[in-house]
Design a protein around this ligand. Structure first.
Ligand code: LLP
Length: 421
């Protein structure tokens, strides 16, 4: 469910005509429906109410400050993976006790800054990292909560690039090593072994792998508790899939219906969720303009002004994004099959391949749907293309939350080194 819909022939984001935004800011641009982000957040919160979870929105999915602030104002915490994301979290004033910090490669400086900021806990991914966090906490004369990220070795049946909880992935520690760490927790006097963390992958549409992984964690918690460790938190990560095309993902309620009963025996355990895509994926679109149309015998191409540097998911994962007209036209379908491509000099620069599309003429606006997660955040300046604006809609109003970059923005950090030319 999302709040992008047609009124007559015009595509609207909430109560704003997308065409109006294009007139105001030019193309391409990302457009976010704040109402949709909040709807999804509340859906998850409502479904998991019996467990009273801490929901930490995964900042990496969409780190726009306005989006983060809107979620934080409703009580969301944040899942972060870098010093940069910590800085964002601070900018939006989230309660630091609602920040969880994952990543296989946290630097010492990042760790110290996070400890000083009094975050709730680190999700630790290796033994060496544990040592570094312990030393940092000792240096700062404090005690820091950590969760051990377990790799539960389950198959989430998603794209192999976004599978993270099977044993060939770089994430987390195997059960045996994790168990040993809990038993030897006394070796880390400045750490509190407070939790277990898993994140098994992304865009997972079925509940089975989650259930398998959670059951393994609960068994693990039982066995370390038997040994005297008090595990306070189970962080079940993110990964809930959404509809891009014809997927039939579980709803928040269906997911909660299978997950909540698993915790019957562990009433005191605090649950953390780290959803990214579920909250943000369908909350944003990328709007682009048709620049040229190339109709060849075998294949047609629509050349649009957005490219792989603006949205890399199709090129990188072969991801499908629905593409719809901003203004519907009457008339028959022209393209049996067209590639929607950008101006970048790579064959991999496409937003869609072999797509059945309504006819589109030069100057027409198209909306690339479900771009609210891993869209703008993964964009780059490839081909020296300034990054596009992020516009937010609430009700009948829209605002630019991040302006279009200028070439000056790009050149500000670069110079010609006279000594070598
Ligand atoms: N927690 C951790 C530790 C994660 O690594 C991730 C995502 C999440 C939570 C949020 O996962 P989500 O709920 O969004 O599935 N760029 C890829 C997705 C990469 C996901 C990375 N980790 C894409 O465009 O599909």
């Amino acid at each position: 469910m999302h709040r992008f819909h047609y009124k007559g022939k015009e595509l609207y984001a909430e109560n704003v005509a997308v065409r109006k935004v294009a007139q105001a800011v030019g193309t391409p641009f990302y457009l976010y429906s704040i109402g949709t982000f909040l709807d999804h957040y509340f859906k998850l919160q409502e479904a998991f109410k019996p467990l009273n979870p801490l929901i930490c929105f995964s900042t990496k999915a969409n780190s726009n400050l306005t989006v983060l602030k809107a979620l934080v104002n409703q009580g969301s915490g944040l899942d972060i993976v870098s010093g940069g994301e910590l800085a964002r979290a601070k900018k939006v004033g989230v309660d630091p006790q609602k920040i969880v910090y994952a990543s296989v490669g946290k630097s010492q400086a990042e760790i110290e800054e996070a400890i000083r900021s009094k975050i709730l806990m680190f999700n630790v991914e290796s033994v060496q990292e544990l040592e570094v966090i312990n030393a940092a906490a000792a240096k700062l004369k404090t005690s820091q909560k950590i969760a051990i990220r377990i790799n539960p070795d389950v198959q989430p049946h998603t794209h192999h690039y976004i599978t993270t909880g099977s044993k060939e992935n770089k994430f987390g520690l195997d059960m045996e090593t994790a168990y040993k760490l809990f038993v030897e927790a006394y070796r880390y006097p400045n750490l509190q072994f407070a939790g277990i963390h898993i994140h098994i992958g992304s865009q997972i549409t079925e509940s089975r792998p989650f259930v398998q992984a959670i059951k393994k964690c609960l068994q693990f918690i039982d066995s370390v508790s038997y040994n005297g460790s008090a595990v306070e938190y189970l962080n079940i990560g993110g990964g809930l899939g959404i509809v891009y095309s014809k997927e039939k993902p579980q709803t928040a309620q269906q997911f909660a219906n299978v997950v909540v009963p698993l915790f019957k025996k562990n009433q005191g355990l605090k649950i953390v969720l780290e959803p990214g895509r579920f909250i943000s994926g369908n909350s944003g679109i990328l709007v682009t303009k048709v620049m040229y149309e190339k109709i060849a015998k075998t294949k047609s191409f629509l050349i649009v002004d957005a490219a792989m540097n603006d949205l890399i998911r199709p090129a990188f994962y072969g991801a499908y994004h629905e593409i719809v007209p901003v203004t519907k036209k009457s008339g028959k379908k022209k393209f049996a099959q067209a590639d929607i491509v950008g101006p970048i000099c790579e064959s991999g620069d496409f937003l869609a391949k072999n797509r059945k599309m309504d006819s589109a003429a030069v100057g027409d606006l198209l909306a690339v749907m479900s771009c609210g997660a891993y869209g703008f955040v993964m964009s780059s300046n490839y081909n020296t293309r300034p990054r596009v604006p992020e516009v937010v809609v609430k009700g009948a109003k829209f605002y630019t939350a991040r302006r279009r970059e200028t070439l000056d923005d790009l050149f500000r950090v670069e110079k010609i080194v006279q000594e070598v030319v």
